[in-house]
Unconditional design. Structure first.
Length: 317
């Protein structure tokens, strides 16, 4: 028997209400599941963030420790840097002093070389042949007064004798300035002066060689003034020069193609007469080949002198 009326309506309401409840429960379950999923994802995210924070915290602790270690190292490194700086400054100072020492040593070596070169050709028999080079340049220096005089190499009367040199004023000196070439003799302080005779009183002869082969040599001589300080025993490195102010006219030396300057070079001979040779022997001494050893020159001079005496005696006959 089918329900009718109110009964039917009640049943239909209950059915609809049950259906509505089922639908409502289903919707709630879906929402609950979605919320759970969201909460689960949030939880996982929180775990990941927590792990990241822990990692960052660990890294921060490690960095703090390393920073502290570095800070502890900084004073030591700074100290080492300061020591290195001091060491570099010392090395720079050492290298600078070494460079200065090397320069000084080089200068000393150059001076020693010059001395050795001079000693190799030094004369020890009281004669000097002086090769004067670069005449035009030295004349210009003398005329402009950049260097008014030049010195010859040293020469000696013997290995243990007087120490001497010549001094040349190419443009003249004193009242001979600009008119004559002046040539002087200079006594130097030597190692054996205490054994030598003073004052110095030996005759000095200058010779300017004629390089043309015509033997027109310019010869002049003088005897020292023993009262002059120039010929006393030297108390300083060298005595005041003394000699012949008007040795040779500048007008002749400045002529082109003159016989006394060839290839911008002149030759001057200085003879100190320690042997007290006769005047008649002087031309023979000056005409000898300057390349011959001194003992050969002296032998030839004595031989010529002997022959001259024999010839003179025949004339007397």
């Amino acid at each position: 028997m089918e329900p009718h009326g109110m009964e039917y309506e009640i049943m239909e309401y209950e059915r609809l209400n049950a259906t509505s409840n089922v639908t409502s429960d289903t919707s709630t379950l879906i929402q609950t599941n979605e919320l759970y999923d969201q909460l689960k994802r949030c939880h996982e995210t929180l775990i990941i963030l927590s792990q990241g924070i822990q990692t960052l915290s660990n890294d921060s602790s490690r960095l703090n420790e390393e920073s502290l270690h570095v800070n502890n190292l900084i004073p030591g490194v700074q100290n080492e840097l300061n020591q290195m700086k001091v060491s570099i400054e010392k090395k720079d100072t050492f290298f600078s002093s070494t460079a200065l020492n090397q320069e000084a040593i080089q200068q000393q070596l150059s001076s020693i070389k010059e001395i050795v070169d001079e000693m190799e050709f030094v004369s020890v028999d009281g004669t000097l042949i002086w090769k004067v080079t670069n005449i035009s340049e030295k004349m210009a220096d003398a005329q402009s007064e950049r260097q008014t005089s030049i010195y010859s190499p040293l020469f000696y009367s013997s290995p243990t004798g007087y120490k001497m040199r010549a001094r040349l004023y190419l443009n003249g000196d004193g009242n001979a300035r600009r008119t004559h070439m002046s040539l002087f003799f200079v006594l130097m302080r030597g190692d054996y002066d205490s054994l030598l005779k003073w004052p110095f009183n030996y005759k000095i002869t200058f010779c300017l060689f004629d390089q043309s082969g015509q033997n027109q040599h310019v010869i002049d001589s003088f005897r020292p003034d023993t009262k002059s300080n120039s010929f006393q025993r030297p108390r300083s490195e060298m005595n005041v020069a003394s000699g012949i102010p008007k040795f040779f006219p500048l007008s002749m030396i400045q002529q082109e193609n003159n016989n006394y300057v060839q290839d911008n070079t002149m030759f001057i001979k200085v003879i100190v007469d320690f042997a007290d040779f006769s005047k008649m022997m002087l031309p023979n001494a000056l005409s000898l080949n300057p390349g011959l050893p001194s003992h050969v020159q002296q032998h030839l001079i004595k031989h010529d002198f002997t022959q001259d005496k024999i010839y003179d005696s025949r004339l007397d006959l």
